[in-house]
Design a protein around this ligand. Structure first.
Ligand SMILES: *[C@@H]1O[C@H](CO)[C@@H](O)[C@H](O)[C@H]1NC(C)=O
Ligand SMILES: *[C@@H]1O[C@H](CO)[C@@H](O)[C@H](O)[C@H]1NC(C)=O
Ligand SMILES: *[C@@H]1O[C@H](CO)[C@@H](O)[C@H](O)[C@H]1NC(C)=O
Ligand SMILES: *[C@@H]1O[C@H](CO)[C@@H](O)[C@H](O)[C@H]1NC(C)=O
Ligand SMILES: *[C@@H]1O[C@H](CO)[C@@H](O)[C@H](O)[C@H]1NC(C)=O
Ligand SMILES: *[C@@H]1O[C@H](CO)[C@@H](O)[C@H](O)[C@H]1NC(C)=O
Ligand SMILES: *[C@@H]1O[C@H](CO)[C@@H](O)[C@H](O)[C@H]1NC(C)=O
Ligand SMILES: *[C@@H]1O[C@H](CO)[C@@H](O)[C@H](O)[C@H]1NC(C)=O
Ligand SMILES: CC(=O)N[C@H]1CO[C@H](CO)[C@@H](O)[C@@H]1O
Length: 443
């Protein structure tokens, strides 16, 4: 359980759907290649201890390379600055003075994470990865961070690559990392797609594509939808409190409407399902190790697997996770359907389904291998209070669920397309009637 991300600033972003000109509406999956732009650029993803994904990016001229945590739920790119004390910024720091392309500003940034924070001054500089070089990216130069001490020392990251929708500067007109790549014509459309690979694959196993996606990582499309907007108080505009606003929308996270989770035994019979109380805001968060659901839903799902579990909490505080016996997760075959609805305020009879195998819903605790570990952590934990809606629901889909997906994040249209990742698990294939293609816009 690493951290949740809660950016301070809410940003008013101009309604994306105002731009109707030249927009072609097609069910995207009939012509998946129509969505592939020619200039998709890749960065490999490293899986460190199955608890964090890191990418290597170069900064400045000449290039200085750093590793960053990949996080779809926080804003902007920040790096440890040479101004930061080595006691605070534990790993390589950016030598700003050596970069001839750096433009310093006096504007500050301050990002609080669930565990740790980073703050400092904003600057502009060139970024590079692979063969790609792109100028004038806004970069946070952290002169203080309690973020790194929250990470394991095997993860020598120098900062975070945040791919959330609001930018790091708090100015809604400031392009995000991916939008700047697109403005500089380093990539085509402002979109990206992430393939994590299975939990048991360590090292350089995944891939993030900018400007398009890779068909080779996909088994089938699952779902496409507009992302959920937030009101001025920071609450998701969803469920019983949904209002069909036509004015400017605030986008805070990559949030989609969640419905229920169903558990299946190896003989394909449904052995449990969470109650549908309301549509749940489901935040897609690559920077979080576990996934989060309301506590009673977590317990209901866990008890379809085992009755043998220990809640982890400190001093009567909230339960942070459940410790389990790994063998309960390796000796049986089950799977879990995370159902998504297209409507922000109604359940669907043909939901989009993210199917997650049992093996992906558990993390080894005392080794990095499920089969040698003696204790494990259940991949679902109770949603912290601040992420629950007034109807008591709220999901954060972290790595334990996202590893079963390949998601295309489309910044321009404020949409996501969720596909089933090719992970070679032996599970019943979702029938097409179980998928909800929707009417996703193509470019
Ligand atoms: C980033 O991490 C990978 C995997 O640990 C390592 O091979 C690479 O050298 C690191 N890059 C930098 C710039 O530290
Ligand atoms: C930042 O502030 C310092 C001190 O007030 C000033 O000397 C400097 O010119 C400012 N830099 C920029 C880029 O505005
Ligand atoms: C970091 O920068 C901010 C903004 O300039 C400043 O207020 C703060 O004192 C600096 N902190 C350290 C540790 O240098
Ligand atoms: C760089 O571009 C060359 C020629 O287009 C290509 O062969 C090579 O694979 C690229 N390298 C990377 C790291 O993308
Ligand atoms: C969803 O919201 C719309 C607009 O506010 C409303 O007309 C509709 O009745 C709502 N549907 C449900 C199921 O609450
Ligand atoms: C919101 O309003 C638009 C335009 O009137 C309509 O097309 C859409 O179906 C409505 N959404 C919901 C959930 O009621
Ligand atoms: C399927 O397996 C579950 C759990 O092991 C069991 O409760 C159920 O009776 C089985 N159903 C069939 C049709 O065999
Ligand atoms: C886990 O369960 C198995 C039996 O299923 C048992 O042999 C083992 O002792 C248990 N381990 C722990 C740590 O409870
Ligand atoms: C800044 C912060 O909240 N750090 C905490 C991160 O989590 C570790 C382990 O749970 C705590 O020991 C830190 O205090």
């Amino acid at each position: 359980m690493k951290r949740f991300v809660c950016p301070l600033v809410l940003l008013a972003v101009v309604a994306a759907n105002a731009l109707e000109d030249g927009q072609i509406k097609l069910p995207i999956f009939k012509h998946p290649t129509a969505h592939l732009t020619k200039r998709a650029e890749d960065i490999p993803l490293y899986n460190t201890d199955a608890r964090e994904y890191i990418v290597e990016i170069g900064l400045g001229t000449p290039v200085q390379k750093f590793n960053f945590t990949l996080d779809t739920a926080s804003p902007g790119l920040w790096v440890s600055s040479s101004q930061c004390s080595p006691l605070d910024c534990l790993y390589s720091r950016f030598a700003e003075k050596e970069s001839s392309t750096l433009k310093q500003t006096n504007n500050t940034f301050d990002i609080p994470y669930g565990n740790g924070s980073a703050k400092g001054l904003l600057a502009y500089d060139t970024i590079s990865f692979g063969n790609l070089t792109s100028a004038n990216h806004i970069i946070g130069l952290a002169n203080a961070t309690s973020y790194q001490s929250a990470l394991s020392s095997s993860t020598r990251v120098s900062g975070v690559l945040g791919l959330g929708i609001p930018g790091i500067s708090g100015d809604s007109t400031e392009p995000t990392f991916v939008e700047q790549l697109s403005l500089n014509k380093a990539i085509g459309k402002a979109m990206f797609a992430i393939y994590f690979n299975r939990q048991d694959k360590h090292g350089e196993t995944g891939k993030i594509a900018f400007g398009g996606f890779h068909e080779e990582y996909i088994t089938r499309p699952i779902f496409g939808c507009d992302i959920v907007d937030y009101n001025k108080q920071g609450q998701p505009n969803i469920g019983k409190t949904y209002t069909n606003t036509t004015g400017d929308k605030i986008y805070k996270y990559w949030t989609v409407p969640g419905q229920t989770v169903a558990a299946y035994a190896s003989n394909s019979s449904k052995v449990g399902e969470t109650d549908f109380v309301d549509v749940a805001p489901a935040i897609l968060d690559s920077g979080t190790t576990l996934s989060y659901l309301p506590q009673k839903d977590v317990v209901r799902i866990l008890e379809t697997i085992t009755k043998d579990y220990v809640p982890l909490q400190s001093d009567g505080g909230p339960i942070r996770a459940y410790q389990v016996n790994c063998s309960d997760f390796t000796k049986q075959k089950m799977w879990f359907d995370f159902q998504l609805t297209k409507s922000p305020n109604a359940s669907s009879t043909s939901p989009g389904v993210i199917r997650v195998p049992l093996r992906e819903l558990v993390l080894p605790q005392n080794t990095d291998d499920l089969f040698t570990a003696t204790t494990c952590i259940f991949g679902l934990a109770p949603t912290p209070k601040e992420f629950l809606t007034p109807s008591g629901t709220g999901w954060i889909l972290g790595q334990t669920v996202l590893r079963s997906t390949y998601i295309l994040y489309d910044i321009f249209y404020r949409q996501v397309v969720i596909m089933e990742a090719k992970n070679n698990y032996d599970m019943p294939i979702l029938s097409l009637s179980n998928t909800n293609h929707g009417n996703v816009k193509t470019h």
